[in-house]
Design a protein around this ligand. Structure first.
Ligand code: BGC
Ligand code: BGC
Length: 806
């Protein structure tokens, strides 16, 4: 599903790119950089005469096919080791949801090592006319080696930004590298050096800070950690190549739209978005990943002035530029399988996950025809081989692989636990923190004992969804950490996600926040937390009414408008996405031995509409300024906050159409005369379910303002209905969204009891829905007799068991 989705995304966005370019064409020199304005830098440790001579000797022997092959990277989900005999590619990757050969996506290290070895074995085979060159295997090890079951998962970068601690970043880089190399992988697609400027962007948490200075202070440290210090022979063995990403301007896209257009002048591009790159280059980053996004209408994958003149010229970058996932396909005139323009612009290796075969063939043809000059091919190949040599890939000995005491070791977890404690930001404390270790603590909230929730996106799966605690051997949930601390201090901790209790606790720690998400799916329209359905708020109110003091532990990938929740909390802690070592939270909250030191690396909004609230911007009026963070030593409380979100509600809720008996704003329900509505029988556990009964042919429909769901289709979203069939429909039951109709009659007739039906948005699109302007996100049309109870209706991401009815 993921791969098909990517293909569609490429196709969908190609059109957008062309349209944007046409619009911009009236501007002069749109997207054209002036290298002399840019900071100078120089790759350290990548070039030396001996290595260059070896590269030359190798290149003399290579055929043009082998050279072009080096420039193409395929995803292991779409290539077999055997394919490499015919297509001599230079690199493979495992995307966020691509499993190792013959194993599930959630696998421990062994199948990953076997996969890496299986591909490399073919690359290194002695065959006539074949020059053996080791493959380079990359993954998104972006908060630890987060693809591997049992690995140490670090807090996401937004949290690390709050720690203000470059030395910690270096240690995290080193641990990540060791756990990645130990799993047979050579290359981590990080660090992300984005400087996110609009918190609606779903990748905000991948950036250390809205402040370029923090990003700059971390860039070199992370490169040193991941790669080790460049020595004479190459980088430190047992580490991995880094990839500074996404070059350039990924964090500046208009409206915070992923893969969008960064519309800023060159000075701003340099001052804000390029801040981390000089140091990353100076510290020898071996690769830089091109951004999906555009600068003033020009796609980065096609921007020669930035990729070649600035990055490789002015900034002296001697490693290679890798593309992002079919990012080349978005360059005007290109497709996923054909794009000489990207190489001519300066890309050295195209990430062609599922498109590698076509990309190889067309690139080869372009090389032979001279559409891509031979000098450009040779430059790209030289850069790639240089990196492979400096990385030590030509040395078959890899003693660090499969060492059983590396991945998830106690020492590594201790680094992560410390990072969690350092990244917590205390926003409010009405004297309830620190909690005495002898207290009786109620641990409430739906994220209290959920390691997947506390880890966020890019964790075991691409979007971080579908994880259970069993997927994290050796990890500690936030609740488990609290329980341990309470036990040690003579207190108790009782887990109660819904906040119910029998004996009144001394205090409740309530853990809640955003669900995991990654690129695209994480984009939001306003900064209001739980717009439409304030479940956490209800829980906090319930506890308050019972006279229990509350400490909110808020998990999020960005600052959000939480004034109502904060008003109901006696203490409020921004905990971001802390990762596998939940005990780091108890270390600070309980016992009072460790104080808060974290400070906001992003400004905290006063309204849900302060999307681009950034330090130093005109009219800066945050709730909590950049750099804010309370401590036990300093104290400080917060007065009652306004509960007016300050944004149009219709902006906020675009995905929740019905829940707990209500149709939330801005949607409304309309039913035809032949359909009756009543409260569903109480023999159900579904709170507030509503029953619809057809006495004659008719429709029940939900309508609202126009929604553009094009990207949601590409993002694998489903219309999700929680229902119970009371009387099976006599004929078809046509479910429609945006006018595209599918018959769910057969499916719902065959079920009894409460069920969840997920219909991918693409099914409605395929039936003719206009996804660009949906005003009717659901309609159900049937004839009598038919009766169904519905308790919840929303757009949801969980792809498990989604079906496209005939
Ligand atoms: C991600 C990959 C992921 C894939 C899903 C991509 O966008 O970057 O890592 O596996 O989509 O197919
Ligand atoms: C993301 C990159 C990532 C790549 C490989 C892309 O979709 O934008 O950050 O490294 O996929 O998974």
């Amino acid at each position: 599903m993921g791969r098909a989705y990517r293909a569609m995304l490429g196709a969908a966005l190609c059109g957008t790119a062309i349209a944007a370019t046409a619009q911009e064409s009236t501007q002069t020199v749109a997207g054209e950089a002036h290298p002399a304005l840019w900071p100078k830098a120089k790759s350290q440790g990548l070039i030396d005469a001996a290595t260059e001579a070896k590269v030359t000797a190798l290149m003399v022997r290579m055929s043009i096919e082998e050279k072009v092959g080096q420039m193409i990277q395929a995803d292991i989900g779409a290539i077999t080791p055997e394919d490499l005999r015919r297509y001599p590619l230079g690199s493979i990757l495992a995307g966020g949801s691509s499993p190792p050969i013959g194993s599930p996506d959630r696998s421990p290290a062994a199948p990953w090592i076997a996969t890496s070895r299986a591909f490399n074995a073919v690359a290194m085979e002695q065959r006539p006319g074949h020059v053996t060159i080791p493959l380079m295997f990359g993954v998104d090890a972006v908060h630890g080696n987060n693809n591997i079951v049992g690995a140490t998962i670090f807090p996401h970068n937004i949290a690390l930004g709050a720690a203000r601690d470059p030395a910690l970043i270096r240690r995290i880089g080193a641990v990540t590298a060791e756990e990645t190399a130990a799993a047979g992988i050579d290359w981590a697609f990080g660090p992300t050096l984005a400087v996110p400027q609009d918190d609606r962007w779903g990748r905000t948490y991948e950036g250390y800070s809205e402040d370029p200075a923090i990003v700059a202070s971390y860039a070199g440290a992370m490169i040193d950690g991941l790669q080790g210090l460049p020595g004479k022979g190459g980088i430190q063995r047992g580490r991995v190549a880094a990839s500074a990403k996404h070059f350039l301007g990924d964090g500046g896209t208009a409206d915070g739209i992923d893969q969008g257009d960064t519309q800023v002048d060159e000075a701003t591009l340099i001052r804000i978005h390029a801040a981390g790159y000089p140091d990353a280059i100076n510290h020898g980053t071996m690769t830089v990943m091109a951004s999906f996004s555009s600068w003033n209408g020009i796609k980065m994958h096609g921007n020669k002035s930035l990729l070649t003149d600035v990055l490789k010229g002015r900034m002296g970058f001697d490693g290679f530029v890798v593309g992002d996932w079919n990012g080349h396909g978005q360059v005007p005139g290109c497709t996923n399988t054909d794009c000489p323009a990207t190489f001519n612009a300066g890309l050295d290796m195209a990430m062609a996950p599922d498109s590698w075969k076509g990309m190889y063939e067309t690139t080869l043809a372009a090389a032979k025809a001279g559409t891509i000059p031979m000098a450009r091919i040779d430059d790209a190949v030289r850069r790639i081989l240089r990196v492979k040599m400096k990385l030590g890939l030509f040395d078959p000995a890899r003693p660090w692989e499969a060492k059983s005491d590396t991945i998830g070791s106690a020492t590594h977890r201790a680094v992560a636990r410390d990072a969690v404690a350092k990244s917590l930001v205390l926003l409010k404390n009405r004297g309830v923190l620190p909690i005495k270790a002898s207290a009786n603590i109620l641990v409430a909230g739906d994220a209290a004992d959920d390691i997947g929730r506390q880890s966020g996106g890019w964790t075991l799966s691409w979007q971080g969804d579908g994880n259970t605690n069993a997927d994290f051997p050796g990890a500690t949930s936030i609740y488990a950490g609290i329980a341990e601390a309470a036990k040690a201090g003579g207190g108790t901790a009782t887990l109660s996600p819904d906040g119910s209790f029998t004996a009144k606790p001394d205090v409740a720690i309530v853990v809640f926040g955003e669900l995991p998400y990654a690129e695209m799916r994480g984009d939001v329209r306003t900064l209001e937390f739980e717009a439409g359905d304030k479940q956490a708020l209800a829980l906090l109110k319930k506890l308050k009414a019972a006279g229990v003091p509350t400490v909110s532990v808020f998990l999020s990938g960005r600052p959000l408008w939480v004034n109502p929740e904060m008003n109901q909390s006696d203490a409020f802690v921004a905990a971001w996405f802390p990762g596998s070592e939940g005990a780091g939270i108890a270390d600070v909250l309980i016992g009072g031995k460790r104080d808060f030191t974290g400070r906001l690396s992003y400004s905290w909004p006063k309204t849900a509409g302060q999307f681009t609230l950034n330090k130093g911007t005109p009219g800066y009026d945050p709730l909590f300024a950049f750099g804010h963070g309370l401590s036990y030593a300093k104290g400080g409380s917060v007065p009652a906050l306004s509960e007016v979100a300050g944004v149009d509600a219709s902006l906020a809720n675009t995905s929740l159409f019905f829940t707990r008996g209500k149709v939330p704003a801005p949607f409304s329900l309309a039913i035809d005369a032949g359909v009756q509505r009543s409260a569903a029988d109480s023999a159900t556990t579904q709170e507030g379910a509503v029953q619809f009964t057809w006495t004659q042919a008719g429709t029940a429909r939900i309508t609202g303002p126009e929604l553009a769901l094009v990207r949601e289709v590409n993002g694998d979203l489903n219309l999700q209905i929680t229902y119970r069939t009371i009387k099976a429909p006599a004929g078809p039951a046509m479910l429609s969204l945006g006018g595209g109709k599918v018959d769910i009659g057969p499916i719902i007739s065959a079920t009894s009891g409460w069920q969840v039906l997920r219909v991918p948005l693409k099914c409605f699109r395929d039936k003719g829905a206009n996804m660009a302007a949906v005003t009717e996100p659901m309609a159900l049309t049937a004839t009598a007799p038919f009766s169904i109870a519905i308790s919840d209706l929303r757009l949801a991401t969980d792809p498990a068991g989604a079906v496209c009815p005939k």
